[in-house]
Ligand binder design. Sequence first.
Ligand code: OAD
Length: 235
Amino acid sequence: MRQINIMKKLVVLTGAGMSAESGLKTFRDSGGLWEQYNVYEVATPEAWERDPVLVLRFYNERRKQLLDAVPNEGHLGLVELEKRFDVHIITQNVDDLHERAGSRKVLHLHGEIRKSRSTRNPSRVYDIEGAELNPGDLCELGSQLRPHVVWFGEPVPAIGEAMAVAGEADIFVVIGTSLNVYPAAGLLQYIKPAIPVYIIDPADIPAPGIENVTVIREPAGRGVKTLMELLSKQA
Ligand code: OAD
């Protein structure tokens, strides 16, 4: 006899706020990374052309901080939700804290900072040993390696899959993203009409045109607990 899967599909879009309580900086909050760095000098193809050493140093610092960080209550709560839901995480984060927490279905929209790829053959992707990727680190065909991340002005190869996942959601949750960056921010437009949407963020995040929204104005750790309580009342 075949078992019928009756779990609802819970799709979670996460951003930098998800990892804030793990000690990783967000981008646009006060004191955030884009206050400290000029995005055009460290996170664009032009920056890589102009000053690859600076770009590599920027990502090496991010990677070092990530290696010292651990998943927080929010990441762990999303793993817990897998007991009751078919949880799919679509993350804009380049960290691996969802995976380290134990989430099984994680789609990275903006790449993964602990991986590198060849500048000549983008399909050649490698794990980075330790924290540093340096000038002269080459793929086996001899091309310089770059961080396996999406820079501003580059296509987002995973967006098609993310749209399909969003379109199948029975419940959609947004955690810790200012929804400023497209195409990620546009994913809400692909959900089925009137499904429950939850937004977890200490700030007020506008979601124009989206019905049935419950706002949880809390940091990710506490917010995911509140979400779990609300979902358990529903079921
Ligand atoms: P932002 O820095 O734009 O937004 C972070 C959000 O997290 C804000 O809405 C904060 O209010 C919220 N926040 C802060 N602390 C939080 C906490 N403890 N718990 C929950 N939320 C909290 O970051 P993103 O929206 O992720 O792209 O930025 C999107 C993209 O822009 C990034 O992936 C990156 C960046 O430039 C690239 O580098 C390509």
